[in-house]
Structure formats: C-alpha cells, structure tokens
Design a binder for this molecule. Sequence first.
Ligand SMILES: [Fe+2]
Length: 192
Amino acid sequence: MENNWYNINVDVSEAIKTGWKFPEIKNKTDQVWRFHSSDILDPDWVSRTQKLLGFEWDVVMVFWKTKWWAPKLAHIDMYDAGGAAQFGLNFIIGGAGSEMRWYQPPAEIVESPRTPAGTRHCLLPIKDLTQIDCYPVGNDKLTLVRVGIPHEIFTGAQDRWCISLRTRHPIGTTWEYIEKLLSDKNLLIEKE
Ligand SMILES: [Fe+2]
C-alpha cells in the first residue's frame, strides 16, 4: 500500500494569528472557505515554517464538518488552472473521532461543478470506490495528506474544523516530490 499521509514534525499551536475569527457557519452539514495565508496564519509562524520547510505557503482552505458526517461522495482536489492537486498540509481543530479515508483512483478525472468556495474538484460516489487507507488527522502537528486521489472525511461525535495549507509549488508537483523533500529534511515522523 502506498503512503497517503505523514505526520510532519511542525508544531501548529501558534499557526493561527491572534484575533482571527472562525467564519460564520451557514450550512448545517459542511462548509468550505478559501483564505490567503496572510489572513489567517501568524506571520512569525509563517516565516519560521517557510524557512524550515523550504517553500512558501499559498492559500489556506478551511473546512467545517458537522459531527457524524458520513458522506456519499469522495473527491479529488483540483488546481484553479485545472488538473489534480497533489497534497495539502492539514491540522484539525475539534473533530475528535474523525478520520480521513482514501480510495483507489479512477481511470480518469472528470471535473464536477465547483465547490461553494469556488474551487475545482472531481466528485465520485463512495459506493463505487475501494477504500485503501484511513487516518485520524491530528490537532497538534501538521499532517501531509494526499489530495490527488479520492478522499473524504468522516466525523465522530464532535464537529471538525480543518485548516488545510496549500503551498506555492508549481502545478504538476508530484506527491513523490513532496514526500522526498520532507523526508530529506528529516521532517516526516516515522509511522508506528
Ligand atoms: Fe480534499
């Protein structure tokens, strides 16, 4: 089985800037927003982590899901310019008992109507997919997650905020590239 996630040795307890307010939830089940990194991330944390990781933060996707969220559709994230995006660096606020699940990729990626945040994606019915991995993305460290294959979130008894940091790598940067980059910097926390 391929690896679809890694815990990264980067603390996130000071990642969010003082005074940032969570957006207002208008949808009862799930919602997505897109921010520029400077709107939400603490400037000191940004410069510290950019130096450590050797790349720049770009947009930040914020996801909210209600408790006991059991979706029927998985999705593949896509770039604004089209094509599958490959990775995000996530951390979670709340969301006890929730997990991210990954599924075998389809033969081809067909774009669906845009998300309410205006981002592009490909939606796929979970009933037609084979699950290949799952992981409860954590609260205190960044987790590198694969978003270029079908994935979705299932929550437990608590609502879940996910802060998903996207990087300023060129379109087409592969999953294998980011795995190697963070492994070479000794930032991947070994799996048990
Ligand atoms: Fe996603």
